[in-house]
Design a binder for this molecule. Structure first.
Ligand SMILES: [Zn+2]
Ligand SMILES: [Zn+2]
Length: 576
């Protein structure tokens, strides 16, 4: 059987053949295989609707049944230009091709400029293994200056079973889409007039954000981190010295003129923390020093790549920079891995993947820092992972130019992987900013610097969290934990009294006394995914109790108010 990538790519040709038949005069872009499927880009004079997709899919099946063969032909550049004389995008590609020999593939009456490989015959394609899924706009060659083409996507697998599984998972992922849930649960807003990629936090989202920040920050402070704070803009000269102006300018926004000088919006928090380190002479007794900040940074991302909370232009990192003596690196890494696992597990992630990115030893000149220090750092990272019995993958040549790093990926409820945590050793900053400490013998020594963000960015983290839980957050994270619902108007007073008691116990509580029916309020609480509903009527007033409805479980019976408070406090503490 042909490779799945070959099948996927061959399907893109067949799809193009149908589109050519249905839309004469169509101009073709490209049609590669991608993860799980394929696409093809078309420049169409009429618009295509999702309703057209089943028709395209049916016609593709008819073609596949014909056992059509893919014929390869080598042509000269001139011939190719003649064949594709009415295809401007193909001509553009031909123009850029070096060498004389160009290959074209013919299947049925469709001829495409392509290097292959393809299936020999369409009979190699599992006829029930594919589906045409969606239409999207895509700029020619991904450049917003170029025309917008119509991209049709398909997915394809070796068997119908595999396809079915994939589509089920996709449907589940769609239900969990944080952009949809973010709106429905009133967590955040992306307002195009305000600016693309710049999420605005609504009251419930901002509370969630605060709970997460407080939890992380407290964990850091308990472990000897010191809280610092740095401004959002800093002098351009600083960014020149740090190397960002030379190596990171494409991700930074244009300079702002302030009197006679230029300032940059910060893409990272590091230079500020380095300046704080350098604000006084440091002794070996001061080390390790750990500065932390919930630092908001801004980085340029192309508009086409922005995505809800997971790809934004402004975000807040749970950032920290550690400065230690070389011999402290190992123990610092050990406690940092412990802390990472504690934090991620607290948020309900159970499976992790760890990657260790090291230098390509054949290309040593691509990296900053001495051999000795690289070996020390790579060894320290690797030994720390081994000591913690974490399985990891080693990626040669994936280190940043200034140092090796460890990344943690988490697996969510439906098996998708998200990169969150990054721990990077840095040899660049200590050199560029001449960082020192005085050792026991009174000599000046270079500290090792570590950048680390455990949640990564709060925006992305919350996006992942929404999808992980499908918006049904555990009690400790729920923006509204409890809602009190009086059965009738004569129970409102008791509902309010209870609400007051619960709020005094620091439970995020709302009391819904509006003149709506109980069932309507219950439905609303379910839509908002509030963990507990407390329904109160005559019986509950008499016994100083509440009737509990639990999210997804329904009515779980009557309980004394004091007992209930005890129970939820335990649940919050255990982060269940
Ligand atoms: Zn091809
Ligand atoms: Zn940093």
């Amino acid at each position: 059987m042909a490779k799945i990538e070959t099948i996927r790519h061959s399907l893109s040709h067949i799809m193009a053949q149908i589109v050519q038949e249905l839309f004469p005069g169509v101009k073709f872009g490209i049609g590669p295989a991608i993860e799980n499927g394929f696409y093809y880009d078309f420049d169409l004079s009429q618009s295509l609707t999702p309703g057209d997709l089943p028709k395209i899919e049916d016609k593709m099946r008819q073609i596949i049944k014909q056992n059509l063969s893919f014929k390869k032909r080598g042509v000269s550049k001139k011939e190719a230009q003649k064949i594709f004389q009415n295809q401007p995008y193909k001509l553009e590609l031909i123009k850029e091709m070096s060498g004389e020999k160009i290959t074209v593939y013919e299947s049925g009456n469709f001829l495409d400029l392509c290097q292959g490989p393809h299936v020999k015959s369409t009979k190699e394609i599992p006829i029930k293994g594919f589906k045409i899924t969606k239409i999207a706009g895509a700029y020619w060659r991904g450049d917003e200056k170029n025309p917008m083409l119509t991209r049709i996507y398909g997915v394809a697998f070796n068997t119908e079973e595999e396809l079915k599984k994939f589509l089920e998972r996709e449907a589940e992922a769609e239900k969990r889409d944080h952009r949809v849930l973010g709106k429905k649960l009133e967590l955040f807003l992306i307002d195009e007039e305000f600016g693309s990629g710049l999420p605005l936090w609504l009251p419930k989202g901002a509370i969630l954000r605060k709970i997460i920040m407080d939890f992380a920050l407290n964990a850091y402070l308990e472990r000897g981190y010191k809280l610092v704070a740095t401004p959002h803009i800093a002098n351009l000269q600083l960014w020149k010295r740090s190397g960002h102006w030379d190596f990171y300018r494409e991700s930074m926004y244009s300079p702002i003129k302030v009197e006679k000088e230029f300032y940059m919006i910060k893409p990272m928090n590091c230079p500020g923390h380095v300046k704080i380190y350098n604000s006084k002479i440091r002794s070996y007794r001061d080390l390790p020093l750990r500065f932390t900040e919930m630092g908001t940074v801004y980085r340029y991302e192309r508009s086409g790549t922005l995505h809800g909370l997971t790809r934004v232009r402004g975000f807040t990192q749970d950032d920290a920079h550690l400065f230690c003596a070389p011999e402290q690196l190992h123990s610092e890494l050990l406690s940092m891995i412990d802390l990472t696992l504690y934090i991620l597990k607290s948020f309900g992630f159970k499976e992790f993947k760890v990657s260790l990115s090291v230098r390509d030893p054949k290309k040593k000149t691509n990296y900053l820092g001495s051999n000795k220090i690289w070996n020390l750092a790579e060894k320290a990272l690797e030994e720390a992972l081994k000591a913690k019995k974490l399985s990891y993958k080693r990626y040669l040549g994936e280190a940043v130019f200034y140092g090796p790093k460890i990344d943690f990926l988490v697996k969510d409820t439906i098996g998708r992987e998200w990169q969150l945590t990054t721990i990077q050793v840095d040899f660049n900053f200590p050199e560029k900013f001449n960082l020192n400490f005085i050792n026991k013998k009174g000599q000046k020594k270079r500290p090792i610097m570590i950048h680390r963000a455990l949640l990564g960015s709060l925006e992305r983290f919350i996006g992942v969290l929404i999808e992980h839980y499908g918006g049904a957050f555990p009690l400790w994270l729920s923006p509204i934990q409890l809602v009190v619902i009086p059965v009738g108007s004569r129970h409102r007073k008791y509902a309010k009294e209870i609400g007051k008691v619960l709020k005094e116990e620091n439970l995020r509580t709302e009391v819904w006394t509006e003149a709506e029916t109980v069932s309507k309020k219950i439905r609303e609480a379910e839509v908002q995914k509030i963990p507990y509903m407390l329904v109160v009527g005559d019986k509950e007033i008499k016994t100083k109790s509440v009737r509990i409805r639990k999210r997804d479980k329904g009515d779980v019976g009557i309980i004394k108010l004091t007992k209930f408070i005890e129970k939820v406090k335990k649940e919050i503490k255990e982060k269940k």
